[in-house]
Design a protein around this ligand. Structure first.
Ligand SMILES: Nc1ncnc2c1ncn2[C@@H]1O[C@H](COP(=O)(O)OP(=O)(O)O)[C@@H](O)[C@H]1O
Ligand SMILES: [Mg+2]
Length: 284
């Protein structure tokens, strides 16, 4: 199921060239298929969540998009090229735990690392000498301002709160003005208030800069109001569509091949009931 509707009130993207196209892809790890026959498409500026139980292959999907893991069947195109080809136009925040409290490196230095020749390869092109240093400083200050981290960016990152650390890491992912942000559980380990504020920060960046966002979430609720699409991974396959179509008892029961209930609690939060865990149900 591929649907490209946008959330109400969101501006249409200026171009329709897809940012990510996955076509009948399969990923294998350790000799077994993690997911198969996955097809999806993400357009510029779309905010998309990747959902599903632990171990189902959400991080694997992100790694395939980044070219860190080749798909065994099918094809993935990212920004019009093979996965990995345009990683300098992608901001990536891997799944992680909090920094150790004794970590001395300052937030601002963590942000700056996003510019330097890191594992994404190419450093900033064609900016020489003092001009290059000044440009780098300006970019660091710009993204720190953008995520609202000016007040603590010069503190050792180990002494920043979880929410502050996450904002600094998002600034690092944004520093090259990416067209695509790939965020692996960026809300994990944050309290409810910080989940809400980091979610709305990501939404604002996506809207104002027309950045497509592919975000793995453990709990869809903090981002639900902002999402254009969700990708639900289960049972070795995936369904993509608007949240109100995908996160339903009918769609999830079909995807899992077993009865699933979707309830709303008193606060209006969605609760998915009856998901088998990923290891128990996927046998291919
Ligand atoms: N290098 C590896 N070799 C074999 N199996 C792996 C490897 N990395 C991850 N897996 C397995 O692949 C499955 C999907 O992992 P992952 O994509 O990290 O899941 P998720 O992010 O949804 O929790 C898990 O069952 C995991 O144990
Ligand atoms: Mg993961």
């Amino acid at each position: 199921m591929i649907v490209t509707e946008r959330a109400p009130g969101r501006p249409a993207p200026p171009t329709h060239t897809p940012v990510i196209v996955v076509d009948q892809a399969e990923a294998r790890l350790g000799g077994r298929a993690i997911w198969s026959d996955v097809s999806l498409q993400i357009g510029p500026g779309q905010f998309v969540a990747v959902l599903g139980p632990n171990g189902v292959g959400k991080s694997t999907l992100l790694k395939a998009v980044l070219g860190l893991l080749p798909v065994s069947t099918g094809q993935i195109k990212v920004l019009g090229g093979s996965p990995g080809r345009h990683n300098d136009r992608i901001g990536y925040l891997p799944q992680r735990r909090a920094f150790d409290p004794t970590t001395r490196i300052r937030g601002i230095d963590i942000v700056r690392l996003g510019l330097d020749g890191d594992r994404w390869g190419t450093p900033l092109p064609a900016i020489l000498g003092g001009r290059r240093a000044r440009d780098a400083r300006e970019r660091v200050e710009e993204v720190i301002g953008l995520v609202g981290a000016s007040g603590y960016a010069r503190r050792p990152i180990g002494q920043c709160s979880g929410g502050e650390q996450q904002r600094l890491l998002i600034a690092q992912a944004l520093i090259r003005h990416p067209e695509l942000l790939v965020l692996d559980e960026p809300l994990d380990s944050l309290d409810v208030t910080n989940q809400a504020s980091v979610s709305s920060l990501i939404r604002d960046i996506s809207r104002t800069r027309n950045v497509a966002v592919l975000l793995v979430a453990h709990d869809v609720n903090p981002i639900l109001p902002y999402l254009d699409q969700v990708i639900y991974l289960a049972h070795g396959g995936a369904v993509m569509g608007p949240p109100e179509q995908v996160i339903t008892a009918d769609t999830l029961s079909m995807l899992y091949g077993t009865p699933i209930d979707v309830l709303r609690d008193r606060a209006g939060r969605l609760v998915v009931v009856g998901q088998p865990d990923a290891h128990a149900e996927h046998r291919r």
